[in-house]
Design a protein around this ligand. Structure first.
Ligand code: ADP
Length: 200
């Protein structure tokens, strides 16, 4: 469980988040919406433990995030970026990320996200010829392969065509672990169990 208690964050003198409190239980799907510049990405990065300086508390199962081993916490989270980093190699290698797991296991997650037909495709070079949706599926497959407990997505529909968006919405609908995402799309936010509107 994640408890955010009176959390505030400023960059120099610029207050970005002001006194936010929120509880996220295991399995909750949390959608965050709000105008640009209101600190949504900052909130996600704070949750990922990427910024040490903040006021208030971020408690993970009762323990302050700052007191946890950052590497261990990041192992439990998976951050799905809008444009995931792909290195030169096959899709399968890009999902595996050097982990000691069988090809069969990698292919199972590729199957689950619907890109097993791309497993041997070489990507990451100048011409990887993948769509935004396929790149994002690689990022989601990475998270699934390492069994991340918390999936965090920042504007996941931004580089998706309509079909990929529909796929993502189905994925969110059927996902049964903790998920926290920022989206400007009302239809995405409607899928969340907890909807949070950040204001200026
Ligand atoms: P949102 O995701 O809602 O668009 P952000 O969290 O990206 O908002 O940014 C909120 C505000 O904080 C913006 O004014 C942005 O310019 C500023 N900001 C974001 N990251 C940094 C940073 N690393 N250093 C200084 N200012 C930042």
């Amino acid at each position: 469980m994640i408890k955010i208690d009176h959390l505030s964050k400023k960059y120099n003198d610029n207050v970005v988040l002001d006194d936010i409190s929120l509880e996220i239980k295991q399995g909750d799907v949390v959608g965050i919406i709000g105008p640009s510049g209101t600190g949504k990405s900052t909130l996600l990065k704070l949750l990922l433990g990427l910024y040490p300086g903040y006021q208030g508390e971020i408690l993970i199962n009762g323990k302050e995030l700052g007191s946890l081993n950052p590497a261990k916490w990041r192992e439990k989270c998976a951050f799905v970026e809008q444009v995931p980093f792909l290195f030169e190699g096959t899709v399968r290698e890009n999902v595996k990320l050097g982990q000691e797991v069988s090809e069969k296991k990698v292919d199972q997650v590729l199957e689950r996200v619907g890109i097993v037909h791309l497993a041997d495709r070489r990507v990451g070079g100048e011409k990887s010829e993948l769509s935004g949706g396929e790149c994002q599926k690689i990022a989601i497959a990475r998270a699934l392969l390492r069994n991340a407990e918390v999936l965090i997505l920042d504007e996941p529909t931004n580089h998706l065509d309509e079909a990929a968006k529909q796929w993502l919405m189905d994925f969110v609908r059927n996902f049964d672990q903790t998920m926290i995402y920022v989206s400007h799309e009302e239809s995405m936010i409607q899928l969340a169990d907890r909807k949070i509107a950040v204001q200026r």
